[in-house]
Design a protein. Sequence first.
Length: 257
Amino acid sequence: MITIKSSREIELMKEAGRIVAYAHRKVREAIAPGVSTFDLDKIAEEAILSQGATPSFKGYGGFPGSICASINQVVIHGIPSKKIKLKLGDIIAIDIGACYKGYHGDSAMTHPVGPISQTRALLLEVTKNALYEGLKFAKPNQRLSDISHAIEQYVSLYGFSVVKDFTGHGVGAALHEDPSIPNFGPAGHGPILRPGMTLAIEPMVNIGKSNVRILADDWTTITSDGSDSAHFEHSIVITAEGYLILTKEEENLNVQK
Ligand code: MG
Ligand code: MG
């Protein structure tokens, strides 16, 4: 069942989203060669706790970290580790969730570690743009799969593939709520979007084929063909006119994409 959030709930989700964005900024500022994903996890966790929220991911399904840190061919769910250190030219997807007064925000972005290859730069640009291509259809009276379709169509223009085994989702009092939001498929299907729906839209894009596999740690998800992958995500609320991004810092409203 898809819940419609009250204005009070949306205010709490804005604060959760602001805290997620704040944690993202702190992590982004720390990204450099030699830094471990464990270090980034601690930075995010401290940022979240300092704002009176708790990390949504820690302990979720047994996940050990406060963030997911996924480098290069790792698609999602990379477990923070002291042994995994950033190298010049890497790309790293950071996924952060925070829970504030019972409501979650969830957002991911992929960063370059110093100068990166042209192909990796294009992957980051296309994946980020794909999120906004999908969001063009995040408005009342559209069908949910209009978002999915727009994402896949845009990504396919560049010969990249969307991951099909993982999806976006509703978000709110639970980190993952209905509906599931695939990043592919025909338009015109699924529930009709209504004001007050809160959704996490999150394209995961591979340079090669869409297939992924999960490593023996039961979390780390990599591309089957070893190609690079990127991930961007925002939590949004459907409004009367369109949508509002919840996972951003207010002062950055006009600059942060
Ligand atoms: Mg996420
Ligand atoms: Mg998510």
